[in-house]
Design a binder for this molecule. Structure first.
Ligand SMILES: Cc1ncc(COP(=O)(O)O)c(C=O)c1O
Length: 346
């Protein structure tokens, strides 16, 4: 089945008379003994349905987690003591902060790289235990040359992880390019409605899946069944949402490029995040309070358009331009989105 069909059909109950079309929300902390699950921390049928769907889309096997950062920390826990992690200097600031925290406690070492400099990234992978890629990056919107970096990092013997939150599996499938692990903040596009926190890890290797599931079982980063159900419910329309939001984003990126107040428009050519950089930081700041339709809110990937000046966060790297505003373009009518931006800029 093709991806758009998988978003609708993967993870459904078997078609039997009177079976529901959708998986139920199974609220269970324990199960009758003697089966495969036994306890609520070890498994849940609603998770399984969501995991089947995300796994099918990424071309691997999935484990869901209660947030993207819970998924990230579970992956980083794979790195042996003192191991080297290579990561984008402009990865999501929560990921960078996790790495900084682990490094400050002597757990691992990190090398932060400019992921647009492919040769430098490959050179940095030489004795890496794990290469963390995020492409496009949040919020700088830099793209990595995954097709070149992944095989080179593999040859160096590193585990390769790709945070695929921005692209979604509809626009980029890192496992098919040779990555070992895909991570998602399913809070964003996969769930798609800004009403649920969820994370996911997808791998193609069964042994690695077993190790990661063992970590989830033992350390207890487990998702709520209702949140898993909401995420799957949102996923059903992923293809329509991404298509519409991406059309809107392309149009807005082009129009923003014609505005004299905008010194640069960052847009990787796909996806639905656009980051105009305003020469005057004050305009970027004011925009947050002047839009009526766009919500001034962090996060991204919902049906509703949101924006924020990223440097308002102290953890955001100083190399992110102060006038950069991250637009998470939703599925509204693009003319309404544009009208609101223009009145706010003017
Ligand atoms: C690219 C990326 N990865 C990971 C995360 C963390 O996900 P969560 O907020 O679900 O923990 C985020 C959150 O903004 C993100 O943008």
């Amino acid at each position: 089945m093709r991806p758009a069909t998988l978003t609708v059909h993967a993870g459904r109950p078997a078609r039997e008379p009177d079976a529901p079309l959708n998986p139920p929300i199974t609220m269970a902390a324990t199960y009758v003994a003697g089966g495969d699950v036994e306890y609520g921390r070890y498994g849940n049928p609603t998770w399984t349905a969501l995991e089947e769907a995300i796994g099918a889309l990424e071309g691997g096997r999935c484990l869901c987690f209660p947030s993207g950062l819970a998924a990230a920390s579970t992956v980083l826990d794979l790195v042996a003591q003192d191991g080297l992690v290579v990561a984008p200097r402009h990865a999501y600031n929560g990921t960078i902060s996790q790495l900084a925290d682990l490094e400050s406690r002597g757990r691992l070492r990190t090398t932060l790289v400019d992921i647009t400099d492919t040769d430098a990234v490959i050179a940095a992978c030489d004795d890496a235990a794990l290469v963390w890629l995020e492409s496009p990056t949040n919020p700088a919107l830099e793209s990595a040359d995954l097709a070149r970096i992944i095989p080179a990092a593999k040859e160096a013997g590193a585990h390769i992880v790709v945070d695929n939150t921005f692209a979604t599996p509809l626009l980029q499938q890192p496992l098919s390019l040779g990555a070992d692990i895909v991570v998602h903040s399913a809070t964003k596009y996969l769930a798609g409605h800004s009403d649920v926190q969820m994370g996911a890890i997808v791998v193609s290797d069964d042994e690695l899946l077993g190790v990661l599931k063992g970590r989830r079982d033992l350390y207890g980063a487990v998702a709520g069944p209702f949140e898993a159900w909401l995420t799957l419910r949102g996923l059903r329309t992923l293809s329509l949402r991404v298509e519409r939001a991406q059309d809107n984003a392309r149009e807005l990126a082009a129009r923003l490029g014609t505005r004299p107040e905008v010194s640069e428009v960052r847009y990787p050519g796909f996806g639905a995040i656009v980051a105009p950089v305003f020469a005057d930081e004050a305009i970027a700041d004011a925009l947050q309070h002047r839009t009526k339709l766009w919500a001034y809110a962090t996060s991204l990937g919902g049906v509703e358009s949101t924006l924020e000046r990223r440097r308002r966060w102290r953890a955001e790297p100083a190399t992110i331009p102060p006038g950069l505003v991250r637009l998470s373009v939703g599925v509204e009518d693009v003319e309404d989105l544009w009208d609101d931006l223009v009145q706010a800029i003017e």
